[in-house]
Structures are given as structure tokens and as C-alpha cells.
Write a protein that binds this ligand. Structure first.
Ligand code: PGA
Length: 254
């Protein structure tokens, strides 16, 4: 290890949940449970439609605004898509790229993920690239190879001065939304393998990239993940939609 580790990031991915009015009442309940703390960073990613309302509600609060996706082109005839600049103007700080649900249901490929990473970097938004193997790859002993390929493709052509803005979320697909998280030992092993790949790509700067764990994170298992030195935060789906549960995961409630 080189310089100090970045502070842990706890990221709530709301997926396709919460309309604008639902997001408002949800945050009214959640925000009082998340007082500012210097030692960790919290972000929430609403649906596109709720971004502006959530931004307004987060004013004066340290919780960061994030998006779940973006398109790789800056503007043009891409009906239904949303650009990095559009998100930047809304105050978006982080964007998920290549979530397994998008890879699975929308055919997102490693090449598209790489283009989206570069589009985010061309704005002020920091990309969080989701990687993870399917259960069949794990059983076949190919998990690390699958994840390595995803990482290398995502970060092709990233220039050295942008490395500090990157993050990775390791989310084995079989753990996402299943109630079956990876064991801390398996997550830790994969995080160390990802770290090696990042250092291979970016030399020492690769140590500064946060690697989050995601997949059935709950208040019960979060301490185990965050207690592992290879885990720099958590990407939380289902449990981020329950205010008290997310408050506990973020470390603010007993
Ligand atoms: P989950 O989702 O916490 O519901 O497993 C994680 C994610 O999809 O980011």
C-alpha cells in the first residue's frame, strides 16, 4: 500500500424505484438518520426522473447525488438517452456504469462500458464501474479471469490524470438481489485480484481507486465487508430503500 486509503463510500442504488413524490418522502425519513461524518462518504442514485428533486432536497447535506447510467455520446440523435453533461448540470457527482442488470437486460457490453467511462471522465462526473462474474463462471474457476477482462476493457484509454476519479464495484451477479452475499473471504480475494489489475494498468495510482463490494449487503453483514482491508465501501441495492436499514449500513444508527 502507498498513500492513505480513501474514505469508504456507501452508495445506495435505488434502481427503478421511487417516483419523485415517493423519493421526497423517502428522503424526509432518511436524511435525519444520516448526520454528516468526516470518515465516510454517502451517495444515493435515484432514477433520472427524480434527480432534480433529490438534488434540491440534498442541499445543505453531505449526501452526494449519483446517477445509475449515462450515454457515451455528448449529444445527438440518441432518443431516450441522457448525456454526461445533462447529469453534470443536475449536480451528479458519481455515475454507475455497467451494472449487471444493464449488462443482462439491456445488452451492455464491455466496449459500451469503456465508452461510458470515458464520457463520464470528459465531464466532471466520476464513474463507478460495476464488474462481476456469473455463478457458472465461479463454479468453473473462471471468476477472476472474467472480472479481469471487464476491468481492463472498462479502463482502456483512461489517461493517467483521471485515475483518481475512478472506482470499481465488485458485484458477483449471483449475489445481486438474491439475499446470498459473497463471503467476506471471497470478496476480499477478488478485490485483491482487481487491485493487482489496477496497479498493472496504472502503477501506483491504481492504489487510490476505491473498490466497493455489492450484492445483498445488509446491516447484518456490512461490518464484515468494511472490516476487510481490501474493501473500500459498499454498493447497496434493496437495503438502500429502507431508511433505518440504510442508516445502519451507513454507520449512523446502532
Ligand atoms: P442488492 O443490489 O443490494 O439488492 O443485492 C446491489 C446492486 O444491484 O447494486
Amino acid at each position: 500500500m502507498t498513500a492513505a486509503r480513501p474514505k469508504p463510500l456507501i452508495f445506495g442504488n435505488w434502481k427503478m424505484h421511487l417516483t419523485v413524490s415517493q423519493a421526497r418522502s423517502f428522503l424526509q425519513e432518511l436524511l435525519p438518520l444520516l448526520p454528516h461524518r468526516e470518515d465516510r462518504e454517502i451517495a444515493v442514485a435515484p432514477a433520472y426522473t427524480a434527480l432534480a428533486a433529490v438534488r434540491d432536497q440534498l442541499k445543505g447535506h453531505s449526501v452526494r447525488l449519483a446517477a445509475q447510467n449515462l450515454f457515451w455520446e455528448g449529444e445527438g440523435p440518441y432518443t431516450g438517452e441522457v448525456s454526461a453533461l445533462m447529469l453534470q448540470e443536475l449536480g451528479v457527482v458519481y455515475v454507475l456504469v455497467g451494472h449487471s442488470e444493464r449488462r443482462q437486460h439491456l445488452g451492455e457490453t464491455d466496449r459500451m462500458v469503456g465508452r461510458k467511462v470515458r464520457a463520464a471522465l470528459s465531464s466532471s462526473i466520476n464513474p463507478i464501474v460495476c464488474v462481476g462474474e456469473q455463478e457458472s463462471a465461479r463454479s468453473a474457476g473462471r471468476a477472476a479471469a472474467v472480472v479481469r477482462k471487464q476491468v481492463l476493457r472498462a479502463f482502456e484509454n483512461v489517461s493517467p490524470e483521471d485515475v483518481g476519479r475512478l472506482a470499481v464495484a465488485y458485484e458477483p451477479t449471483w449475489a445481486v438481489g438474491s439475499g446470498r452475499p459473497a463471503s467476506v473471504a471471497d470478496a476480499s480475494e477478488m478485490h485483491r485480484s482487481i487491485r493487482q489489475d489496477l496497479v498493472g494498468l496504472f502503477a501506483d495510482a491504481g492504489h487510490q481507486i476505491r473498490i466497493l463490494y455489492g450484492g445483498s449487503v445488509t446491516a447484518q453483514n456490512i461490518d464484515g465487508f468494511l472490516g476487510d482491508p481490501a474493501v473500500d465501501g459498499a454498493l447497496v441495492g434493496g437495503a438502500s430503500l429502507q431508511p433505518r436499514e440504510f442508516g445502519r449500513i451507513a454507520g449512523f444508527l446502532p
